[in-house]
Design a protein around this ligand. Sequence first.
Ligand code: UD1
Length: 366
Amino acid sequence: MTNNIFIIGGARPNFMKIAPLINEFKQQKIKFKFIHTGQHYDYNMSKIFLDNLGIPKPDYFLNVGSGTHALQTAKIMIEFDKVIITEKPRLVIVVGDVNSTIACALVAKKRSIEVAHIEAGLRSFDFKMPEEINRRLTDQISDYLFITERSGLQNLQKEGIDSSKIFFVGNVMIDNLINNIEEARKNNYFRNLGLLNGSYGIVTIHRPSNVDDKKDLEKVIEILNYIQSKIKIVFPIHPRTRKSLIKYNLEKELNKPNIVITEPLGYLEFLNLIINSKFILTDSGGIQEEASYLKIPILTLRNNTERPVTIEEGTNTLLGNDILKLKKHLGEILSDTYKKGKLIEMWDGKASQRITNIIIDKVLKN
Ligand code: UD1
């Protein structure tokens, strides 16, 4: 067994979570290897984030690509197992809830290697979401569970996880936001799109429950149509959503002067758009947290969230796909009467530091 630590990244929402940890490891001179599974592979779903966030070139690129859940998960497992056999790492760190997270955790644990899960304990209680299955299973086999909000503690305890394995450390994605906000302020990307500060909303939609079926996607389009009748929107389109729009011949429905379509954006461009926006409409998980931290109103096109603190303390409201709720809350946002949000406990930019100190103490000193 070496003292080497593996950090796993594979899909877009992983990169902003591993970047601050990698920074901290470098500062504290902790040896690590970065394994990129290749779950996401397009330039603007992967490499642009590595470049924006100063993440080093992967030590191993597993090149698994897209496929069914079974195929993608299995491919990651087979390829990652080969690396584990060669390198025999001391600890494998996984983040979030994507297929790369569960696949790598499972392989490591079966080779008797300890697993740390960053962003553990979040629960939507919705087993139709692939992410909910990934989270629960990863938590069950992890040795160190780093949680971002208090709800995680109750969820994990109810599932029988020993409290000694659970650490409330805060939110690495907020660390990353804090580390990059000055740079993002400077790039003025929103002006390149011809937008004025506070005069537009941002839309990000990619969940299978909103885009895979024609009826659901038509409902999303109805919602966007209503919003664009009130205020300009910018819509960076995720590859899954683009595929569905083409499949159902719905692309033309978005051809409106008040809808600005872009390719998926890099981290710094997107953050610049967020900080200058009036509000966000999303079905993403992480953006609910980023918007809440920044106190930007956010309406979530889902019936549930695994991040309840963003509703209770932050600026998030769940809409489902209910157009009446949308009208009510958009009205509040546009008249500046929408809830303002509070500071969220432990979201202070120091989560990566806390995680690193715990790893030094519990893993590297033993
Ligand atoms: C995955 C995660 C989801 C996360 C999302 C962020 C799982 C189960 N889902 O969903 O939690 O919110 O990433 O993006 O892990 N594609 C490309 N280029 C790419 C990657 C994907 O064109 O670089 C296309 C492929 O056609 C693919 C589709 O997008 O079939 C979906 O990609 P996939 O990785 O299966 O899931 P996401 O929807 O991206």
